[in-house]
Ligand binder design. Structure first.
Ligand SMILES: Nc1ncnc2c1ncn2[C@@H]1O[C@H](COP(=O)(O)OP(=O)(O)OP(=O)(O)O)[C@@H](O)[C@H]1O
Ligand SMILES: O=c1ccn([C@@H]2O[C@H](COP(=O)(O)O)[C@@H](O)[C@H]2O)c(=O)[nH]1
Length: 253
């Protein structure tokens, strides 16, 4: 599922109001491209250009990047380690991804700041909510690293949390698949894709495109979630124009 495709979907009636500020969650695994581990720098470069395109329109942007391309606390690579240590390793992996994306964004002329939930003063800023808001008001893209800073969570929950804290209009989840299906499409090829879903339906059907704490946090704070493919070229800009293919998760529909 790593082939890049061009978004050719026809323009349609926008399903959601124009955005002022959004949080973009990039799948860490998605940054591997065709590789088995780490970063495919061509993928990172393409995403940087796509983010710039949106940033140039004046929309305020913040990012959360997963760490699945390097390390996950619950993965087999964690072996017999205790969960908290393994989760801290996972959070540190997200810092590496944040620094890589920061580098590529700055190469294409997008001003950025990385803020880490685990303070590491010689590497990046610590997470300070009001400072992050100010950076965005000044036109900087803020990259939130190290997840929530707590073990037993994931970067999906960190994305929902930061989206609420930053008063974002939406959480955009750029992932490996082009939306939410009635079963994992990587496991069940005949799974059917949804255009629209309510938070409650995602939780009731146990659709695991995101973890339940992220969905619950978004639901409790009324943040719409748009799930789309990170591999579809132009998908991010299309969504910003009210077009493109994505699953929209929001209140009862
Ligand atoms: N019902 C479902 N609909 C869509 N995708 C699903 C569903 N259930 C499970 N998935 C899986 O969820 C995955 C989400 O991918 P993604 O790489 O974004 O996960 P992630 O945990 O956020 O990644 P990372 O930790 O690397 O950031 C997809 O690979 C997809 O196969
Ligand atoms: O708040 C958080 C966020 C992440 N972790 C750990 O990091 C890895 C990588 O994050 P993904 O969301 O899976 O990409 C995750 O598996 C956890 O081990 C965390 O502990 N707390």
């Amino acid at each position: 599922m790593t082939t890049t495709t061009k978004d050719t979907s026809p323009p349609s009636q926008p399903r959601i109001a124009p955005f002022r500020r959004v949080l973009l969650k990039l799948s860490g695994e998605g940054l591997m491209g065709k590789q088995a581990y780490g970063l495919d720098l061509e993928v990172v470069q393409r995403l940087a250009v796509e983010i710039k395109e949106v940033h140039d329109t004046g929309i305020e942007l913040c990012l959360v990047i997963g760490g699945g391309n390097i390390f996950r606390g619950v993965s087999r690579a964690a072996g017999g380690m205790d969960r908290t240590s393994a989760d801290y390793m996972g959070m540190l992996a997200t810092v590496m991804n944040a620094l890589a994306v920061q580098n590529f964004l700055e190469k294409v002329g997008v001003p950025t700041r990385v803020q880490s939930a685990i303070p590491m003063a010689t590497v990046c800023e610590p997470y300070v909510r009001r400072r992050a808001m100010r950076h965005m008001e000044k036109g900087r893209v803020v990259i939130f690293a190290a997840g929530t800073g707590n073990p037993f969570f994931t970067t999906d929950t960190a994305a929902a949390l930061r989206a609420v804290e930053m008063t974002c209009d939406a959480l955009l989840k750029a992932t490996q698949v082009d939306g939410v299906y009635d079963a994992d499409p990587k496991v069940v090829p005949e799974a059917r894709r949804f255009d629209d879903l309510s938070y409650t339906e995602v939780l009731r059907r146990d659709l695991r495109v995101m973890d339940t704490s992220a969905i619950a946090l978004a639901r409790d704070n009324g943040i719409p979630i748009l799930v789309f493919s990170l591999h579809q070229e132009g998908a991010l800009a299309a969504i910003m124009r009210g077009e493109g293919a994505y699953t929209l998760i929001r209140e009862e529909i």
